[in-house]
Every structure is written in C-alpha cells, then in structure tokens.
Design a protein around this ligand. Structure first.
Ligand code: GLN
Length: 500
C-alpha cells in the first residue's frame, strides 16, 4: 500500500501553491529533504549543504511567498560537476578531493536569486564521463525502482536522477554531453531536459567536451521543466558560448497547433523489448488521434552507426584538452614528487580512474598531428554528416521521437563504461541532440512489469525549445505519468491502467 504522500512528493507547481496557501513552510520542506538525503540507500550524494539550507529556510519562512516566483523555497539537488562556492565539488574524481570552489556556477547563482534551496551535491560518473553511474569515486548509484538493489540508474547524472526519482527533491541539476540527463531520466521514470546549445549558461560546469556539453535538469513534470527553462534561459557574459538571441518565456506551455513529427525506423528496428515497443505504439496512435502527423522515416543506418565512434573520438579529444589543467598544482589533490613531471605523473596517475585514463589516451591519440586527419577530423566530418541529415529532416518535421533507451535500467553487472563495438543504434542516438545542439527531452513512457520505468525522447531543431515542451506536454497528457516517483508509483500505475 502507498505510504502517505508528503508535500515534497508533489511537483514544483503544486508545492508552490501549498507554500502560497500557508499550509507548509519552507523549513518543513527543507527538513524533509534533508531527512531523505540522510536516509538515502542508493549512494546519490557527494557533499551536503544542510546547515546553510536550514538557515536559509528559516529566513524564507519570515518572508511573504511571492506568487510570481514558483521556485521560492523549493529544495533542490545539484550535480557535483557544477561549482558551488564554499561546498566541496569533486566532479566524482579523486583528483579534486578537497577542492572547494570560490564561485558558483551561473545556474546555481540564478537559483539562489530565485531563493530555491540547495540541499546537497549529487554523485556522478567521474568527470561526467560514462553512462553507468558506476565510475565515480563514490562507487555505484542504484536504481530506487529496484527493491532488490540490483539495477543501475545510469549516468552520468546518476545521483541527480536518484534524488528526483526517489522524491528527495522535485528537481535536480545535471549535465548532458551524450545523453547523461536523458538516459538516466529514462531509467528513473523522469522528465530530463537539455536545452538548445548556448541557451543555459555553462559557466562553472566542469568541462568534459565543450562542443557537446549542456547544462540541464530533471523534474517530474513537463510544466516544471518549462518553468525552470524560463528561469535558466539567460544570456551569460561569463560563458563564451552563451547565445545572444533574445529570450522568450514559454511557461505556461501553450496549446498545440498540430505538430508534424517523425520516428526513425532504424531506431525502432534496433529495439527488441516488446513492452517498450508496444507502449511506444500506443503513444504514436494517440498522438495521431490528437491530430498529429506522425511519419516513419528511414535514415541511412551507416550514419546512425557512426554516431557512437564519432562521439567517443570527439568527446575524448576534447576531454583530454579540457582536463589538462587538472594537475593538482593550481587546485585539487596534489601528490608528492621530486620534479614537476613527477608531481604531474603521480597526481594524475592516482587521481584518475582507469576509465578516464583510457579516454585521455584515446583523445591524445586522436589529437596527435600524424593522426588528426585520419581520426579526429574524420570524426568531426561524421558529426557534420549526422547534423546535416537531421537538419534536413527538421525542414519537414517539428521533432523526431523514439524510446529514450532500448531497455529498462540494466542490472549492475550488465553495464560497463568500457568501449563497445556493437554500436547499437537505439542506445546511442540521443547523442544526435548533442551533435546538433538540439533541444531534447525525455519523459516517462511506461513501467515494465509494473516495476521498472522507461522513457520516450523528443528532439526538435535548435532554438525550438518551445516545440519540444509543447509536444512533450501532449505526450504527458496521453501517457498519464505526470509526477512519477517511487512514492507515487502505485497511484500512477492505477491512472495508466484506467486510461488504457
Ligand atoms: N554515456 C556517455 C559517455 O560515456 C555520455 C556522457 C555524458 O553525457 N556526460 O560519455
């Protein structure tokens, strides 16, 4: 039987109306969130901000709740590769153990101004490289939907996904270089969003691969994701890649004017799970009933199969160069040595795990002058071909949609971050969103065997973030899975069954 719900189990919008009514105080929410962080069984947290959060909550309790600021007093969690002033930020890597930033990432600053309350920093795959939630220095993050504790939540934004899925907070910040928000969102039954490249500031994000990195977040509803978008979608002079385009508010999400969307046949063909496929068909049928045009289109499979290797080359090359500053000397976890090269060697050798070293070796290989043409530049050309292909599709369609993962969350021993030569299309196609800088969202699609959730992904052309949200909201209305968490699962299952 479902245990009684707490206000914290609701969406940001709903929590806000309870705050407005005065039937809950900010300190009630913050205390509950802290209690849940302390009880965490899934290894979701790196560092804590309890004292500061409680102090802030007490101050906020004295203020009148503003009706036009929905983030006022809302507790949240932040991935530990976003700088937080005065709070240790390790990026999940031993090389940054003990490093306390002197400034906040811009997204953290904005949320502070909005009076959202930071509760804790979340675990991640080391320096955001990885997709398993197994590679960070704190070990494995577990999926809260698996009572036997045998499944992964996926990464790299693993702790943030756990926090929102297990209802510690209604939202959490993450980062997405290949799929690191949208894949764990699928495994955790969440809304996971990454914006158009350049819309949300990356100042204070530890760079992994700067041409692919995006800051985004997890929520439990599309409306919550849209309201956060309006909050964070701001030009930032500290971020050289921040777009100078004028920003337009998109919340509350407008009604749809019958969208045209497509499904990539090859993605569907590479999925074997019948439950995922049938629930996806259910969604497509219902979108058509709502007046959507849904076409199944073919994309050359050799282009789709080239995404993973191109991604690995480009991201590893950029990671090698972006992380060259981690030598323990300017900051971080310095190791002894008799000379500068020895200090560097010891610090980096002990500071990085095998996974990171493998990527640096590959990245260095790709960047060596004798290999550049053959490896690095070729990967960049592949990226261009992929982006051209999808830009062409976007001339006809407002979005492409497909299951966000070909399976539910893998078991602990089923997934690794070793390089893979199977190039499974459905496992890697979310990186198209990073190649092209397209806005892309995962929302919950179904729950396999009433147990493990899986998601659907929607991707639109650049700067059409509003379309992504409009389509996502229509899908959410059809699927009846709004505000899914481990706390609300049985209610959601009932609603889903009634609707089907
Ligand atoms: N899983 C991908 C990787 O291993 C994506 C990581 C990410 O988006 N940060 O690099």
């Amino acid at each position: 039987m479902e245990k009684e719900l707490h206000v914290l189990d609701l969406t940001i919008e709903e929590i806000h109306s309870h705050l407005l009514n005065g039937d809950v105080k900010v300190s009630d929410l913050v205390k509950k969130a802290i209690e849940r962080v302390k009880k965490d069984e899934f290894n979701a947290f790196e560092a804590y901000n309890f004292e500061e959060a409680l102090k802030e909550a007490e101050e906020l309790d004295k203020e009148e709740v503003p009706s036009d600021n929905l983030l006022f007093g809302i507790p949240y969690i932040c991935k530990d590769n976003l700088s937080t002033k005065g709070i240790e930020t390790t990026g999940g890597s031993n090389i940054l153990n003990g490093y306390i930033p002197l400034f906040d990432a811009t997204v953290v600053t904005i949320l502070k101004e909005k009076k959202a309350v930071l509760i804790a920093k979340a675990t991640l795959d080391e320096l955001a490289m990885g997709g398993s939630g197994k590679s960070g220095h704190k070990g494995i993050q577990l999926n809260p939907y698996d009572e036997n504790k045998e499944s992964l939540i996926g990464g790299s934004s693993s702790g943030s996904a756990v926090a929102v899925a297990s209802s510690v907070t209604p939202f959490a910040l993450g980062s997405d270089t290949g799929d690191s928000i949208r894949k764990p969102a699928s495994f955790g039954g969440l809304v996971g969003y990454k914006p158009t490249y350049g819309l949300i500031s990356r100042f204070g994000l530890y760079p992994f691969s700067v041409s692919l990195d995006h800051v985004g977040y997890f929520t439990r509803s599309v409306d919550d994701a849209a309201l956060l978008f309006d909050t964070l979608n701001k030009f930032d002079e500290n971020d050289f890649t921040s777009s100078i385009k004028e920003r337009k508010a998109i919340y509350p999400i407008k009604n749809n004017e019958k969208r045209k969307i497509c499904v990539i046949k090859e993605v569907i063909d590479s999925i074997k799970d019948e439950d995922i496929l049938s629930r996806f068909n259910y969604l497509v049928e219902n979108l058509k009933k709502e007046g959507y045009l849904v076409d199944y289109v073919s994309v050359d499979p050799s282009i789709l199969k080239a995404i993973y290797p191109a991604y690995i080359i480009i991201s590893s090359a950029e990671a090698t160069s972006n992380n060259a500053n981690l030598d323990g000397i300017k900051f971080g976890n310095l190791k002894e040595g008799n000379s500068y090269p020895e200090v560097m060697f010891n610090t980096r050798n002990e500071g990085f795990s095998e996974l990171i070293k493998r990527r640096f070796i590959l990245g260095s290989y790709a960047l060596m002058s004798e290999n550049q043409e053959e490896v690095y530049l070729k990967a960049k050309k592949v990226r261009r071909v992929v982006v051209n292909t999808f830009n062409e599709l976007f001339e006809k369609y407002d979005a492409f949609i497909g299951p966000a993962s070909p399976t539910v969350a893998p078991k602990i021993n089923q997934a690794s971050d070793n390089f893979d030569d199977t190039y499974l299309i459905a496992d890697n196609y979310l990186a198209i969103g990073n190649f092209g800088g397209y806005p892309s969202i995962t929302i919950p699609l179904g729950i396999k065997d009433d147990k493990m959730p899986f998601g659907v992904s929607i991707t639109s052309p650049i700067f059409k973030d509003e379309d992504t949200f409009i389509i996502a909201k229509d899908c959410e209305n059809i699927l009846k899975m709004k505000n899914l968490s481990t706390k609300t699962k049985s209610i959601i299952l009932k609603n889903m069954k009634e609707a089907q």
